[in-house]
Structure formats: C-alpha cells, structure tokens
Design a protein around this ligand. Structure first.
Ligand code: FEO
Length: 398
C-alpha cells in the first residue's frame, strides 16, 4: 500500500475511522475522524502514539509494511486517552522489548488502563531521547487535553507531534497535509474538535501555546486530522483566537419551541438584527441540531440570544441541556439576550434569567416574554432586543 512520509524516515501511520458515529460516545462524526500515529526509523525505531484498539490490525499492517522484520524500540505516549493509547498492550505483545516513554503523570494512568508497570521511561520537561539522527524533546501541556498530555518535538526536522492540540475531526479523504486540501472544511472541523473536546481548557491551551512558542516548528503533526506544514501560522493563530475567547461579529439564536410561537419570536429578532446589519446569524433548534455544532458557533460569535417556551414550569429541556454545556465549557465574554413565551404559568424566561445571572455575561435588554402567539406589543419589544444586540455588536466590531 502507499506510504505517507513526513520526511525521509518519518512516516504517517494514521487510520481513518468512518464507522464510529460518536467520538467519546458523545460528539457526532458525520465526516469520520482519524487516529494518527507516527513512526521514526533511525538507529532506534520509535512510534509516536498509537491508535484506537478497534484498528490495531490495520495499524500493524501499515507498520509491518514499513518495518518488515525490524522491531520498534520506543513508543512515546503523548496522551493516555484510549483513542491514542488503545493499541499499547498489543504493541507490547508484538515487541516484547519495547520501552514506553511518558511523563510522571502518564504511567499511573497506563497502569490503571492497561495494568502495565514495566519497561517504562519517565521523561520530564525538555528531556531528550536520542534515536540516532533524530532527537526527541518532550514538553508537558497539562489539560490539553488531560493532566498527563504532552507534546514531542523532533529537532532534526523540527516536527511537533502535538497530539490532541491542533487536531481536527474529519477523516482524511486523500489529502494528509494542509497544502493538499481545501482548508475551509478542516478549519470548521478543527474548531468543532477544539471547542467540543479541549474547549473547557482554554486557559491551559493558551499557556501551552506560550510554552511552545520558542520552538522553531516546521511541521505540526497532531493525533487527529491534517498535518500542518504550509499553514502553521494560520492554525496557531486560530488556536490563539479560540483559546482566548476571541469572537467574531455575529449571533447565535437558540430557540426551544414546541408549537412555533417562540420560534416566531426568534425569527422576528433575527430579521431585525439583519436589518441592522448583522450578517452572521445562526438560529438553532436544540431539539434538532446537536450541541456539538451549536457549541462551536457559540465559541465563534459574540452574541447569544436564547429563547424558550415554558415546559412544566421550566425552560425547554433540550435548550437547558445546551445551556448547561455552555456553562460547563466555561465560555466567557459574550453578550446575552433572552426571550420566550408561555401558556399559563411561565418558566422559560424566568429560568433563562437565572442562567444569565450565573454565567455573568453582558446582558442585552430587554428580556421579552409573550403569552401564546406573538402580538404587536411584544413584537416591538422583540425588535428592541434585536436592535440593542445589533447596536452593541456594531459598536464593538465596526
Ligand atoms: Fe484524542 Fe484526548 O484524545
């Protein structure tokens, strides 16, 4: 089969997974995902990470195709999450003399997951592993995405093996390097990966970017998705933007509606914001659109307007679920407006206002609450809410 080289003796051993529906059994994979491992063939042979155990056989085929009878001396575990360490036990069976390389937080996890306690090499920040021509240095990046996460920098070719950082959802449908594909697709999937998986740890990601900025990186080889070699500044800038909650001009309208009255309010608000010059407006019904896509756009756009009908004296359950996820991710520095409708006792707007108090974003007034179908007075209030949001965004971004 074909081989993909990062350089003369560094190989890509990524596996496309188009069969798994949900990453972490949670996040949709409409375009698949990859598990990327890398192989360095030198005086010593070294693997960087492995793949999900569902694909161990395919992975070993690729490995054997390159190595033949040669054995692997080291496997670096940048991250113990099983999408990357899942083939570790099988690798130890295949290469009984292999040494596992990790940091002091790696090995207790490996013991817990796989019962492995022997043939390990513990490295600390900046330590070097000499493979011959190629030298590897290790840098911990805690919480990007787990406490033991680290990156490996290969200092002959200047390749950063970055694990989850700079990764994306989406299988690789031919193009493996960033200059072999149309980037717009992978930018969206990289953002969805970042916001869904790593997004809770934005301050940690920002610290990791500062820690790595002195490295002269010529290629970034993550453990999911594209390898970056021609657009390194581009993806690093995106990470700086996302991890610092830097937003674009635009609004997500989230609407939980049973019979369409609250949704009509959402449309009235969206229309008025468009009239006032807001071009990026995304209205989502959380009963239909997965929280994965919604979270990504909430990270992207400065404004959020949430609308709910009343449901058993509470806000609409699927909307509540998305708002909980927004709180859980700790998303900061947004503008928030709320609206809703009810039939008898309310509960939607009241609970949205509680959410507003808890999340401590800047509130855009007025809240608008209608009884039943949208009527003229409340339509004017809905327009006023839309105008306030648009004014604020125009002031901030123009
Ligand atoms: Fe791709 Fe945090 O594992």
């Amino acid at each position: 089969m074909y081989k993909v080289n990062l350089s003369d003796d560094i190989y890509f051993l990524g596996i496309n997974d188009r069969r798994t529906s949900l990453f972490e059994n949670l996040w949709p994979l409409p375009y698949g995902v990859t598990y990327n491992s890398y192989l360095i063939v030198d005086e010593k042979v070294c693997l960087i990470d492995t793949v999900d155990r569902k694909f161990t056989d395919d992975y070993f085929e690729k490995l054997d195709d390159i190595l033949g009878e040669r054995v692997v001396d080291y496997v670096v575990v940048n991250h113990v999450e099983p999408d990357h360490s899942g083939s570790l036990s099988a690798i130890r069976e295949k290469y009984p003399n292999i040494t596992i390389v990790g940091n002091k937080k790696t090995f207790p996890m490996i013991e817990n997951f796989y019962g492995i306690t022997e043939d390990i090499l513990t490295v600390a920040d900046g330590d070097e592993l000499d493979l011959g021509k190629h030298k590897l240095n290790f840098y911990t990046i805690p919480m990007v995405h787990w406490p033991e996460s680290m990156v490996t920098f290969e200092s002959t070719e200047n390749i950063l093996f970055s694990n989850d950082a700079f990764g994306s959802f989406g299988a690789l449908d031919g193009g493996v390097f960033d200059d072999e594909v149309n980037l717009s697709f992978y930018e969206e999937e990289a953002m969805r990966y970042f916001t869904n998986i790593v997004g809770k740890y934005c301050p940690h990601t920002a610290r990791a970017l500062v820690k790595l900025e002195s490295l002269d990186i010529k290629m970034i080889a993550p453990s999911h998705g594209l390898i970056w070699r021609s657009h390194i500044a581009y993806i690093v800038e995106k990470y700086q933007q996302w991890s610092s909650y830097t937003t674009e001009k635009g609004v997500v309208i989230l609407v939980g509606s049973m019979y369409g009255n609250t949704e009509k309010m959402a449309d009235a608000i969206g229309r008025q914001m468009a009239v006032r010059g807001i071009k990026n407006i995304r209205t989502y019904d959380p009963s239909k659109t997965h929280v994965s896509n919604i979270i990504s756009d909430v990270f992207k756009y400065k404004g959020l307007i949430a609308g709910s009908c009343a449901y058993n004296n509470e806000m609409f359950p699927t909307l509540e679920n998305v708002l909980k996820e927004i709180q859980h991710k700790g998303i900061k520095d947004h503008l928030l407006g709320v609206f809703g409708s009810y039939s008898w006792n309310g509960g939607g707007v009241k609970n949205l206002e509680k959410f507003a108090e808890q999340i401590k974003w800047e509130i855009i007034n007025p809240s608008v609450e209608e009884k039943g179908a949208l009527k003229k007075d409340k339509y004017e209030e809905a327009k006023a809410l839309a105008n306030s949001m648009a004014d604020k965004l125009n002031e901030l971004f123009d």
